[in-house]
Design a protein around this ligand. Structure first.
Ligand code: ATP
Length: 223
């Protein structure tokens, strides 16, 4: 059975979620208090309605508790975002994802029943910063305050070495999850797999350990 999603707030963030879910063939109810926004999405999603999500009766009337996942994408109006989240939690919605504007907003949302809080501006900022400070880091995903997954470009220094020779696990406490080579991706590569110059290594580990590993490569590449 198809999952039922509801998206509240049709700004750039909520709107792009609606479009993507619709492209994936999901059932999506789009809600916004602004009629123009609702009209814009009426041909894209399963149903688009004008409603104020801080009005409990309105949300009840839409049968919001029957949706598998509700995404609150109200941007600037932090109070409306908090009230909406609280109502959704009280109505027993199974999974609530909320967009936070800042750290205080995030903390409150976590306390009042949000299952997942996203902070797209901050997250994308951290990713871009990582990409610009290190020429070897191509992409970056924060798993927790301490652990990340990064994409690292393999340089000349380690070309020809096998995973077992490099022994990242022993030396740095990092694991190579996959190797991207041209259009190919090798998930869980074998220990005897030889690295080629230009390979992209997808590595998981503690940030400090990834940094050590990365610095080692940068020094070698520059030398
Ligand atoms: P983004 O960064 O995603 O573009 P934005 O700046 O567009 O965010 P806002 O305009 O603050 O974010 O809010 C997103 C949408 O949420 C708007 O279309 C707004 O009409 C809608 N919205 C705000 N409050 C409510 C509410 N109480 N009920 C329903 N929709 C709401």
């Amino acid at each position: 059975m198809k999952k039922e999603f509801a998206v509240i707030g049709l700004g750039r963030f909520g709107g792009s979620i609606c479009k993507r879910l619709a492209e994936e063939g999901m059932n999506v109810l789009a809600i916004d208090s602004d009629e123009e926004k609702v009209n814009e999405f009426s041909n894209i999603v399963t149903q688009a309605v004008i409603a104020d999500s801080t009005d409990e009766k309105a949300l009840r009337g839409l049968g919001i508790r029957n949706f598998d996942h509700v995404i609150v994408a109200i941007g600037d109006n932090i109070l409306a975002s908090i009230m909406t989240t609280q109502i959704l939690d009280e109505l027993g919605v199974k999974h609530i994802t909320v967009k936070a504007q800042n750290l205080h907003h995030e903390k409150v949302l976590n306390r009042i029943g949000a299952d997942e809080v996203v902070h797209p501006e901050r997250d994308i900022g951290v990713r871009i910063a990582h990409n610009v400070v290190s020429k070897n880091v191509l992409d970056y995903l924060e798993l927790s305050d301490e652990y990340s997954i990064v994409e690292l470009m393999a340089g000349q220094k380690i070309a020809g070495e096998t995973i077992i020779d490099l022994d990242f696990r022993e030396k740095y406490g990092c694991n190579i999850l996959a190797i991207k080579r041209s259009d190919d991706i090798k998930v869980s590569p074998q220990p005897n797999e030889a690295i080629e110059n230009g390979d992209i290594l997808i590595v998981v580990g503690a940030d400090a350990d990834i940094n050590r590993l990365e610095n080692h490569w940068i020094d070698d590449n520059e030398g």
